[in-house]
Design a binder for this molecule. Sequence first.
Ligand SMILES: Nc1ncnc2c1ncn2[C@@H]1O[C@H](COP(=O)(O)OP(=O)(O)OP(=O)(O)O)[C@@H](O)[C@H]1O
Ligand SMILES: [Mg+2]
Length: 340
Amino acid sequence: MLPKTLKPSFIVKYLDQYVVGQDDPKKILAVAVYSHFRKVARGRADNTPIAKSNVLLIGSSGTGKTLLCATLSNVLDVPFVTAEATSLAQTRYVNDEIEAVLQRLVDKADGNIAKAQNGIVFIDEIDKLKATDGEQRGSSGESVQHALLKIMEGAPVKLSDGRYVDTTNVLFVCGGAFVGLEQIISQTHNYGFISTSATFDQNKARILDRLNTRVKPTDLFTFGLIPEFTGRLPIIARFRDLDRAMLVRIMTQPKDSIYRQFCEIFRSEGVELEIEPKVFDQISELALEYHTGARSLRGIFEELIAPLLYVLPDERDIEKVVFTSLFEVPIITRRATDAA
Ligand SMILES: Nc1ncnc2c1ncn2[C@@H]1O[C@H](COP(=O)(O)OP(=O)(O)OP(=O)(O)O)[C@@H](O)[C@H]1O
Ligand SMILES: [Mg+2]
């Protein structure tokens, strides 16, 4: 029996509490995880080998790739570890590094090898393994791709304690920003839209839009991943660039949003914090200019709030602080003190 936490709809609902938007990647990932564990459950029963569907997440920096995977790991009752492709590429002993990653997976499973063998490994910054033009074959990035290929395919890996982890049923999720992929895609896709009716057919346009933004394995090859590697990542989910409305939602909506966190900090000082909608718009506007997705939000937010956090412990009569604009001093309400 699969636990109910594995149902795709349940996973997506959980993810929605922490990750704003990115509905397609959420669904794709949820379905991939669900199918994976269905197959694992079935394979165990009748001993048929399992064809794996590892997932590739593509999206600009700061759009929620790592956050989505980390959140996913919280809801699933399976061991989950993250590895950075860049650190794999920096070492001369790739296989030792890979062994260390799998060792962590076993640790996450409390030493239970069988449980670890059904776990999930997230390999971030996979795009950094690209073989750049002019670099000769066998560059470090490429050799890491080869090393990863083996375990993604499924191979027994010996741990330092002599035990083996078989990666056949480990689900691999890879993520990367793939800067420059957009141009490659637009050069190779050209599904046109021929209007058969006078009215603009929105559905058709949407389907064509999907096809045109679909990443083909050949695009990844052009980008610099070796064909065998892209072949091991049959499922591709693309993250949207965040727009202003999404940035506003990111600051305010998630269970652990920045706004909520700061309200909590103020509350612990006995002060009510209010930030008017206009301020969130202004912060988003600034953040868009930085081109780091949602990453810059916290910094801007802290700059706004820090001066207040500085005075709060000294001025105990402050009751409420209202920010009305990023460029104006906040309105401060004070409690009537006995002395007054
Ligand atoms: N869709 C989102 N919903 C909620 N918060 C988000 C979202 N996207 C980004 N964030 C916020 O921005 C931070 C950075 O996001 P994250 O680490 O997931 O980026 P990434 O896509 O992995 O980027 P990179 O390619 O640079 O690694 C998160 O910790 C989170 O606070
Ligand atoms: Mg990341």
